[in-house]
Design a protein around this ligand. Structure first.
Ligand SMILES: C[S@@+](CC[C@H](N)C(=O)[O-])C[C@H]1O[C@@H](n2cnc3c(N)ncnc32)[C@H](O)[C@@H]1O
Length: 406
């Protein structure tokens, strides 16, 4: 987005034109454009405020009612941290006694807003003048936002540092026409070396990275936390110095009702035979799997893992675990189409939903080969049991019967 145009949107005229628009409705954009131009508004400004109105509409999903007062760029909105997660970043700095944070690459300012909400002083930076102007508009008055390349900025040793490096290769579009996201550490801007050098300086440093961050890349003395929201893993944050955890790897799972941190490097016992499968199958949230803390689930349900680190735990006890889904195991068979087909036929199952984890195969062909017939439906999970592939027929178990443990 062009910095000059952003300044016009943020001017008194631009803001009042934007605020005068009706709720965004894609079907009425053409008519609205014609009407605003006929009223004498500059076509370029009309187009810019209508784009802003569309972005605000899209941003409601992420920012709720605040979206109606915020400003966005398309990339900035997509890269912005969700406020509930950003509040967690801010809380970590605050808990470590940090009261001033430099946000080195602030985008439209979602993390920086959370730092300000937590009462921290913020100095935000962005290389891109248009993005920085938008961040300035989104941040409370008095927050400093500098247009500067942070790799040459002067970062005092007493401040906390936040980085959310851009993960895009600019100018490379994917099949949807959007700028392609990259997940390689070496493609980060500012670079991974820059992040780790700051981390090694002893400051309180946090960096938001892709969930695909490999555990093996974590520098000594740092900790990594994978966060999921509503079942989707959205980020891995690496923390250094006073904001690092004692546990190297943790997961934070946010649901509609819970916010839990799972820490365990305990490797759970494994089951090695289909016959060893208990009444329930627990499926860990993917953040737990990414963090390698699936042993915590096995401990919580007093169960055993099907294959190390995969996040499938079998147990006989019904426990509600906020970071796992629980299923009843209706049937467990080795991965053998013929036997599975016979079982599905005998149970009148004509429709299946297939889930898989830790295995690779062609789902469409698998379903075709089952030659389904019948009126009932079933949930099928193809997963690993020790070294082999197995198929479980599952039923979500959301009932709240009391824990049968004495
Ligand atoms: C992923 S976005 C930050 C999103 C932000 N945390 C939020 O929640 O809204 C990364 C930003 O870093 C900026 N950036 C990348 N390299 C930079 C550099 N060397 N100096 C300053 N800013 C940089 C990009 O322009 C981009 O706006």
């Amino acid at each position: 987005m062009d910095a000059f145009l952003v300044e016009r949107i943020l001017s008194d005229d631009g803001r009042s034109l934007l605020d005068s628009l009706p709720s965004y409705d894609p079907a009425s954009v053409m008519a609205l454009t014609t009407r605003l131009r006929a009223q004498g508004h500059d076509p370029e400004l009309v187009s810019a405020v209508l784009t802003q109105s569309a972005l605000r509409h899209r941003a409601v999903e992420k920012f709720g009612p605040d979206a109606a007062r915020m400003f966005f760029t398309p990339d900035g909105l997509e890269q912005a941290t969700r406020p509930r997660i950003a509040d967690g970043h801010a809380a970590r700095f605050a808990a470590a006694g940090v009261n001033h944070v430099y946000d080195l690459g602030c985008g439209i300012g979602s993390d920086a807003r959370a730092f300000a909400r937590a009462g921290l002083a913020v100095h935000a930076f962005d290389l891109d003048p248009a993005t920085a102007a938008i961040a300035r508009a989104n941040l409370p008055g008095g927050t400093t936002v500098s247009v500067e390349d942070v790799t040459t900025a002067d970062v005092p040793s007493h401040v906390g540092v936040w980085l959310d490096p851009a993960r895009r290769t600019s100018g490379v579009a994917d099949i949807t026409g959007r700028t392609r996201r990259t997940f390689r550490l070496e493609d980060l801007l500012p670079s991974w070396n820059f992040v780790t050098a700051l981390g090694a300086s002893g400051r309180a440093v946090g960096a938001k990275l892709s969930p695909s961050f490999p555990r093996s890349a974590l520098p000594d003395g740092a900790s990594a936390q994978w966060t999921s929201l509503g079942g989707e893993v959205l980020e891995c944050c690496v923390w250094f110095g006073p904001v690092a955890d004692d546990s190297r790897f943790t997961a934070r799972v946010l649901t509609a009702t819970d916010d839990v941190v799972i820490r365990s490097e305990h490797i759970a016992a494994e089951t090695d035979s289909v016959d060893g499968l208990a009444a329930f199958l627990y499926e860990a949230d993917r953040a737990v799997v990414r963090a390698g803390v699936t042993g915590a689930l096995a401990d919580a349900v007093d169960g055993t893992e099907l294959a190390p680190g995969l996040g499938h735990v079998t147990g006989d006890v019904r426990v509600d675990v906020p970071y796992a889904r629980r299923y009843r195991v209706r049937q467990a068979v080795p991965f053998n189409i013929k036997n599975l087909r016979a079982w599905l036929r005998s149970n009148d199952i004509g429709r299946v939903t297939v889930k898989k984890r830790g295995v690779r195969f062609d789902d469409a062909r698998f379903v075709r080969d089952l030659k389904l017939k019948g009126d009932a439906s079933a949930l099928i999970l193809v997963t690993r049991l020790a070294q082999s592939q197995i198929v479980l027929v599952l039923e979500p178990d959301d009932s709240d019967e009391p824990d049968p443990r004495p």
